[in-house]
Write a protein that binds this ligand. Structure first.
Ligand SMILES: [Zn+2]
Length: 99
């Protein structure tokens, strides 16, 4: 409930469990945990954690699917690889500008 309150406070909008979170990258374990606590039931992402690692982006080697699978009471559908090439390009550009 606290996470739902935070989402409503930050976004200023009513929170619905039927919300779909769209993101450029697969959520890290911390973010996926927060997503589960808020009750968001679907996440759509482009770049995978594995792809980020291959590009040199530091990531904890635990995939969002594993966080969901190990969560006893929450459900969340993960849809990965959406516009993956475009998202990979964005992260590649960010890394090149960082160096
Ligand atoms: Zn994260």
């Amino acid at each position: 409930m606290l996470c739902r309150g935070i989402v409503q406070y930050v976004t200023g909008t009513f929170f619905s469990e039927r919300a779909i979170l769209y993101t450029t990258a697969e959520p890290c374990p911390m973010c996926q945990g927060a997503i589960l606590w808020t009750g968001i039931e679907m996440v759509v992402f482009g770049t995978s954690i594995r792809s980020l690692q291959k590009m040199g982006w530091r990531q904890i080697d635990i995939f969002a699917e594993e966080v969901v699978r190990r969560s006893p009471a929450w459900r969340c559908t993960l849809v990965g690889g959406v516009l993956e090439r475009e998202c990979d390009a964005l992260f590649g550009l960010a890394i090149s500008r960082r160096n």
